[in-house]
Design a protein around this ligand. Structure first.
Ligand SMILES: Cc1ncc(C[n+]2csc(CCOP(=O)(O)OP(=O)(O)O)c2C)c(N)n1
Ligand code: SF4
Length: 309
């Protein structure tokens, strides 16, 4: 009995709603994140999925990996399509023609979220639709050949921000999408990573229960684009959290919770040295990034401890 008490809360369904056999690269963190998200969402959902890796690898006609209702959307209208589905369901419900409790979920990569789909997403959050928006952030436009996005971190080499004699790689700081979602004053914003699966699934379960928009930003390691051996996906995700470059937190109304905190963050080099995209960085740039990470982490910690932001 005692062993059950320890393990039962951690059991998850063996059902798969994102079926194996898709064409993702070996060790793809984004595919793992989608799989975990789908387990937590269950069957009673409708997914609107932007163009990007997860759409391309999962739906080469005539096959599909989606075991739930799913629609492919353009980059720019994913949130708009999801909000249309949600509004349609609302009308059918009012007319007594639909009684199921279906949650609508929009999914996109960081390019589809922070760049091309940004205005539709902002509209959805502002209008207060009852849906979940999930960004799978692999920090570049991976599907079309590793081009930088506004979510690519400073110093990362990509095909459109190549590191070389005159460039350090990406020259701007990563756009803070969760903070932008928080600024829309929505009921629930969270960050997650596939390397912390229970934390990720708990956040999805929470978002399902919320009335109104939720935004979940999932760091999704991409071995191909990050120039990383495919067996290091989980380790890289863990190091992103342990170094503080991608903290795990939630914002419910205006209350911040830091889900994993450390007495001391690991040095950023521990995260960088696994990945080819940061291989060229000088000590000077690395210490600039280290300073910024420490400052951002301290700000977040302050919000979580004071909870009066
Ligand atoms: C408006 C528009 N611009 C460009 C493209 C080409 N395109 C298809 S997938 C993709 C990259 C997607 O990147 P992201 O959203 O970050 O998802 P990932 O592939 O990294 O998972 C691009 C640029 C497109 N389909 N539509
Ligand atoms: S390019 Fe990256 S995100 Fe896309 S399928 Fe391959 S590993 Fe996954």
């Amino acid at each position: 009995m005692e062993s059950l008490a320890i393990y039962v809360p951690r059991l998850v369904t063996t059902k798969e709603y994102f079926a194996p056999g898709h064409r993702a690269c070996m060790g793809c963190g984004e595919a793992l994140a989608v799989r975990l998200v789908c387990k937590a969402l269950g069957r009673n959902i409708i997914i609107a999925n932007a163009t990007g890796c997860m759409e391309i690898v999962s739906s080469p006609l005539p096959s599909t990996s989606w075991e739930v209702p799913w629609i492919h959307t353009l980059f720019e209208n994913t949130a708009a399509v999801a909000s249309g589905i949600e509004a349609g369901i609302k009308v059918l419900r009012r007319k007594g023609k639909y009684t199921k409790r279906t949650k609508v979920v929009a999914m996109a990569g960081d390019g589809g979220t922070a760049d091309i789909g940004f205005q539709a997403l902002s509209g959805v959050l502002e209008r207060g639709h009852d849906l979940i928006y999930i960004c799978f952030d692999n920090e570049a436009y991976m599907n079309t050949g590793i081009q930088r996005s506004s979510s690519t971190p400073l110093g990362a080499s990509t095909t459109t921000s190549p590191a070389g004699k005159v460039s350090i790689g990406q020259t701007t700081w990563k756009k803070n999408m969760p903070a932008i979602a928080v600024a829309h004053d929505i009921p629930y914003v969270a960050t997650a990573c596939h390397s912390y699966p229970f934390d990720l699934m708990n956040k999805i379960s929470k978002a399902i229960e919320i009335k109104g928009p939720s935004y979940i930003h999932i760091l999704s390691v991409c071995p191909t684009g990050w120039r990383l051996p495919s067996d290091l996906t989980i380790k890289a995700g863990r190091l992103a959290i342990e170094t503080g470059i991608f903290p795990l937190y939630e914002v419910e109304k205006d209350r911040y919770t830091l889900n994993l905190d450390f007495p001391q963050l690991r040095p950023i080099e521990d995260y960088f040295k696994l990945q080819g995209r940061f291989r060229h960085l000088s000590k000077e740039i690395t210490s600039q990034i280290q300073e910024r990470v420490a400052a951002e982490y301290a700000k977040l910690k302050k919000k979580a401890t004071s909870n009066n932001y």
